[in-house]
Design a protein around this ligand. Structure first.
Ligand SMILES: C[S@@+](CC[C@H](N)C(=O)[O-])C[C@H]1O[C@@H](n2cnc3c(N)ncnc32)[C@H](O)[C@@H]1O
Length: 314
């Protein structure tokens, strides 16, 4: 892995530590569902002297870096190779209890700098690499190559439109099918760029399509929908969930799900009598998402699109 080139800088670090109220604590149980290189996790463990932390990630390469980073904390840090969707089982096994007992959970969604910068992972159109894009290459699951080389044009267009909000989705999908077989990221990026006419855009013409393929390969939006209620299940009363998202599709799901979780009745507004029996499980700590300030954006341009939302278990 080519991680030496750009180590991942944890985004909104102070805001996350505030959100999880680490300054008030001397101990407690924390879960980092997206451990990555362990930047946020190390900061939580440093700030709370007797805290224990469970870190999860789908990416074995990220876990190897986190293991090194968290070694100084000894058995206060536990690392598991699993999807955050399995947070309930992972927490039960770690805490030895079925009852919700976690004080703080962080989900820093999406991709890390190390993953983007490693050509072998196939996430970046700027590097030559295989069309992979799996967060967990050991999973044997769907790859970007499977999508571009075997799916029908309409299904590819659907992915590009839904997950990349790509206006030229149909034209790009037809060009991809015509160019088969595709085996590398550069080849794909060139096909995508050539399929788009019109004025030069501010971003590379393959940006949206690469984002869309990555989301589809990893079922990222489905995973976010599933993890939020499962994470809230794990929190003890007063425990907090902090979620950082990096694009509007993700943030929309986080915003709506957390709003529903903070609302007693979620029946359609015109329905005269409640039939949903839904009860709020959390309060919203942030009504508007927290964002990086100018200094953080200057130091870490990746933080520009980060949005942090926080809820507290009732
Ligand atoms: C933005 S990075 C996290 C960086 C981390 N907060 C740090 O400070 O180094 C996101 C991480 O989430 C992981 N990830 C993505 N989907 C996941 C899932 N469903 N379950 C667990 N980890 C996931 C990625 O592999 C990546 O390492």
């Amino acid at each position: 892995m080519n991680h030496a080139a750009s180590p991942h800088i944890p985004v909104l670090l102070d805001a996350v530590l505030d959100a999880l109220r680490v300054a008030d604590r001397a101990g407690g149980q924390y879960v980092d569902g997206t451990l990555g290189a362990g930047g946020h996790a190390a900061a939580i463990l440093s700030a709370v002297p007797n805290a224990r932390l469970l870190g999860l990630d789908r990416d074995p390469a990220a876990l190897a870096l986190a293991r090194e980073r968290l070694a100084p904390f000894g058995d206060r840090a536990t690392i598991r190779h699993t999807s955050y969707e399995q947070i309930g089982d992972a927490v039960a096994a770690w805490s030895g209890s079925e009852t919700a007992a976690v004080d703080g959970i962080l989900l820093d969604l999406g991709i890390s700098s190390m993953q983007v910068d490693d050509p072998a992972r196939g996430f970046a159109f700027m590097h030559e690499g295989p069309l992979d894009m799996r967060f967990d290459p050991s999973s044997g699951g769907l790859t970007a190559a499977d999508i571009v080389n075997t799916w029908q044009a309409e299904d590819i267009a659907d992915v590009l439109f839904r997950y990349g909000e790509e206006r030229h989705s149909r034209r790009i999908a037809r060009a991809i099918v015509a160019a088969r077989p595709l085996s590398t990221t550069r080849q794909l990026a060139e096909v995508i760029a050539a399929a788009q006419r019109g004025p030069r855009q501010k971003i590379h013409p393959a940006t949206r399509s690469f984002q869309a393929l990555r989301i589809a390969v990893n079922d990222e939006l489905g995973a976010v929908e599933r993890v939020l209620p499962a994470a809230i299940d794990c929190l003890q009363p007063g425990g907090r969930l902090a979620v950082i998202s990096f694009h509007s599709l993700e943030d929309r799901i986080v915003k709506q799900t957390l709003k529903d979780e903070a609302t007693d009745c979620i029946c359609p507004p015109r329905q005269p009598v409640c039939t949903c029996d839904h009860r709020a499980r959390v309060t919203l700590v942030t009504r508007k998402p927290l964002q990086a300030d100018a200094a953080e954006i200057a130091a870490n341009p990746r933080s520009r699109s980060a949005r942090l939302r926080v809820v507290e278990r009732l």
